[in-house]
Design a protein around this ligand. Structure first.
Ligand SMILES: C[S@@+](CC[C@H](N)C(=O)[O-])C[C@H]1O[C@@H](n2cnc3c(N)ncnc32)[C@H](O)[C@@H]1O
Length: 209
């Protein structure tokens, strides 16, 4: 069927971000051979309020694979960043207002998925150093059978994110355009269309050590 502007609008209206993220999880966890245990621990770094969609997508994915409910931890540097999501999700998600540069000071367990959506690497000169520290900590809390899923809305975050993740010793098992990006919300000064989750990286612990 030919896509008309009206049918495109309808498609955008029915596909909420949780459904789009279920497609992303289904596509890339299979492509990258990530097999989750029952009731896996999931860590969402820099979770903001969109954690509400991420949490739903993970629960749909686990339900579809008979894997129970997640133990889901959402971290952001201030309470205000996830205030609205916390009101909706309540006790379903363990929220922590902490600096993710010090993850191992307050997290003792490992996680099968570490989700990092839209890390703000390119916004200021000190940000790459900060995110490098966060990724070093991320590698320490990543389960040996798990993966990091990182998305970016432009190349200016995607490319440094890959370089910084590689510097931690993690292996990049997929890097490229996301098959299921969100809507365009802006355009960069260089003319790049900016879309939610436009690029995706999947990183795993290296098996060579
Ligand atoms: C561009 S926003 C993305 C928010 C959310 N992941 C999303 O995709 O809608 C980047 C998030 O990272 C958080 N963040 C930045 N540095 C952080 C740090 N050192 N520790 C914890 N969170 C941090 C910010 O507060 C912000 O919520």
């Amino acid at each position: 069927m030919r896509e008309t502007p009206d049918s495109k609008l309808q498609a955008d209206a029915v596909e909420t971000p949780d459904i789009r993220w279920l497609k992303i999880l289904t596509e890339y966890l299979q492509k990258c051979d990530v097999r989750l245990d029952s009731c896996p621990r999931i860590l969402d770094i820099g979770c903001g309020n969109n954690v509400k969609w991420n949490y739903l997508a993970i629960t749909y994915y686990l339900a579809g694979h008979g894997l129970g409910m997640p133990h889901y931890v959402g971290i952001d540097q201030s309470e205000e960043a996830f205030e609205e999501a916390k009101k909706i999700l309540g006790e379903l998600v363990e929220f922590k207002a902490e600096d993710a540069q010090n993850l191992t000071d307050f997290l003792r367990q490992q996680f099968q998925i570490v989700l990092i959506r839209h890390p703000d690497i390119a916004t200021a000169p000190d940000r790459p150093r900060i995110w490098h520290k966060i990724f070093l900590e991320t590698a320490k809390v990543l389960d040996p059978n798990g993966c990091v899923i990182l998305t970016s809305f432009w190349l200016k975050d995607h490319i440094p994110a890959q370089a910084l993740l590689e510097k931690t010793g993690l292996s990049i098992v997929f890097s490229g355009s996301n098959k299921y990006p969100g809507k365009q919300f802006d355009i960069s000064s260089e003319g790049e269309p900016l879309r939610f989750d436009k690029y995706i990286l999947i990183a795993k612990k290296s098996t060579l050590h």
